[in-house]
Design a protein around this ligand. Structure first.
Ligand SMILES: [Zn+2]
Ligand SMILES: [Zn+2]
Length: 140
């Protein structure tokens, strides 16, 4: 918490995998969030699409990397996951070494992004646009 007279601290966000073995902090604003519908992202995450937060690698401070594993899913593209619980952590490309895509579900209280876009939209499941009309329960 800031006190009177101190400049506003830059935002920072905590992130962790399911088991907590991989734990990180992201310093600074989060500008772009990408929703990717490609087949590789669906398989890599086990979900209908992948939520990626595009950050500069210098923004990310890993507090624990001991269990992190990397898998080269296509030439020059690496997907990282926790070797204990299997949570996807990030992806990165060798041609853009200063950028990584953190998996959005890991970040506590992910704020509304300044930029949000869908990619590989043509690869989406054809019924995905109807999910908002499915029955909803507040919990459980
Ligand atoms: Zn884990
Ligand atoms: Zn993808």
């Amino acid at each position: 918490m800031n006190t009177v007279g101190e400049p506003d601290a830059p935002p920072s966000y905590e992130g962790a995998c399911l088991c907590g073995a991989t734990h990180f902090e992201v310093a600074g604003s989060l500008s772009a969030v990408v929703l990717c519908h490609c087949t590789q992202c669906r398989r890599g995450n086990g979900g209908a699409f992948n939520v990626s937060v595009v950050v500069n690698t210098a923004q990310v401070i890993f507090r624990s990397l001991a269990t992190l594993k990397e898998y080269e899913s296509s030439p020059g593209k690496v997907r990282a996951f926790c070797g204990v619980c299997g949570s996807p952590i990030y992806s990165r490309r060798s041609e853009t070494p200063n950028t990584m895509r953190l998996r959005g579900g890991l970040i506590v209280d992910l704020p509304a992004p300044l930029g949000l876009r869908h990619i590989h939209r043509d690869s989406r499941w054809p019924w995905i646009d109807t999910i908002e009309s499915a029955p909803m329960t507040p919990e459980g």
